[in-house]
Write a protein that binds this ligand. Structure first.
Ligand code: F3S
Length: 396
């Protein structure tokens, strides 16, 4: 791979061991991907910041990097952890866990990341053609598939080193020729609730795997529906781009490329098959906001609560970003939710957290992505419920 003289100096350790390590890792991955050179990024997004994910080993690496002077060289955001100062009283996972999680977030702050959300696209909307180094599958898929930005689907660790270096390797989805679809889907299922969009995404992701899918017939009516579809596709598939007809900038003029690639129909049966995996029936809490809920989705829920004049009968949690939380505060909705017994948490994630140790067993959620991770990461079972069902079954 071609390196500039300045990059060569970094590679040779003249700018310190942290940058040397960063460039060596990025170059190694780039060479494996066939990259010709490094290219500056305008935004890095890091995933895998949960103490439950990275544990003491990850924390010890972060300490070393911080002590070695690691700082992010570009605008950098990171996924949420399990708890922070504001939420550890409620989700009390025990001292060692809380201490470890807070230390991780503190180190990322020291390195220059101040935003903890899995929806970095609400903080800084990606531009078409912009070069990013993002981890977190839903964010990468939204950046590439909705905004037409250019990001490979990085691991959390690689995105962190790219943030430190301020550069990524020019290969994969950064190169125009690599963004052509490799398999085509026609959605023929009846798309009713937001869960159907998630289930369709799950089916597409399972079949496509690493391949870039072209998807026709999805016809989303809102941003939340595309977001649910992409988040679920990213949880079952390994792709970083889904080309959605009439939504994705990459879908323009695509007809010729579609000739000769495998075509698959997704119908009601495919959605039903995945939804039959419901594995509990009596929810003891409801989780909304995986990925972090948008203002639009939370306002919908607030409207339903007021219309039906109900109060939560069981724990109901909304997870969102600080950005959206502040907007909710300005609109008086945090107070409204408090009066209805709903907890709104900013900047944390309930899915990557050991909910089982708090005694939860069965979580209701409209998020197919959350459902795919809850049993493994939170040690709980799940049941799908869209917002109207949550209001009718979890409130009185
Ligand atoms: Fe976000 Fe946690 Fe879901 S990081 S995408 S809320 S698993």
């Amino acid at each position: 791979m071609y390196l500039t003289r300045y990059e060569e100096k970094i590679y040779d350790g003249e700018a310190g061991w942290v940058l040397e390590k960063a460039i060596k890792i990025v170059v190694k991955v780039g060479e494996a991907m066939g990259a010709d050179r490094l290219i500056p990024i305008s935004h890095a997004h890091i995933s895998g910041v949960g103490y439950g994910n990275i544990g003491e080993a990850g924390l010890s690496l972060l300490r070393d990097l911080r002590d070695g002077g690691a700082r992010f060289a570009t605008y950098t955001t990171a996924n949420p952890g399990s708890v922070d100062d504001d939420s550890s009283y409620y989700f009390n996972y025990g001292d060692p866990f809380i201490r470890g999680q807070k230390e991780i977030l503190g180190i990322f702050r020291e390195m220059g990341a101040n935003v903890f959300t899995c929806t970095p696209y609400y903080y800084r909307e990606p531009r078409a053609g912009e070069i990013l180094a993002w981890a977190e599958s839903n964010a990468v898929l939204i950046a590439n598939s909705i905004y037409g930005a250019r990001s490979n689907r990085e691991s959390g660790l690689l995105a962190m080193f790219e943030a430190i270096l301020g550069k990524t390797y020019r290969a994969g989805l950064l190169v125009e020729e690599n963004r052509a679809p490799q398999i085509a889907f026609k959605i023929e299922a009846r798309m009713g609730s937001i869960i159907d969009y998630g289930l369709a995404g799950l089916a597409v992701g399972e079949i496509a795997g690493e391949r870039i899918p072209y998807v026709a017939g999805l016809k989303p009516r809102s941003h939340e529906e595309v977001k649910a579809f992409l988040a679920a596709a990213g949880s079952s598939g390994g792709m970083g781009l889904v080309i959605i007809d009439s939504v994705s900038p990459d879908s323009r003029g695509i007809r010729d490329v579609l000739a000769g690639i495998e075509r698959i129909s997704i119908d009601d049966k495919d959605l039903k098959r995945t939804s039959e995996e419901i594995i509990c029936s009596e929810a003891d809490a409801a989780l909304i906001g995986c990925p972090h809920a948008s203002l639009e989705l939370i306002e919908d829920l607030a409207r339903m609560l007021v219309e039906r004049d109900v109060r939560a009968a069981k724990p109901v949690w909304i997870f969102t970003s600080h950005l959206v939380y502040e907007e909710l505060g300005r609109k008086g909705l945090i107070d409204l939710f408090a009066s209805r017994g709903v907890k709104v948490f900013a900047g944390i994630c309930g899915v990557i957290s050991p909910l089982n140790i708090l005694g939860y067993r069965c979580i209701a959620t409209p998020s197919v992505k959350a459902a795919s991770y809850l049993p493994k990461l939170a040690g709980v079972r799940y049941i799908y419920m869209d917002l109207p069902e949550i209001v009718s079954k979890m409130f009185k």
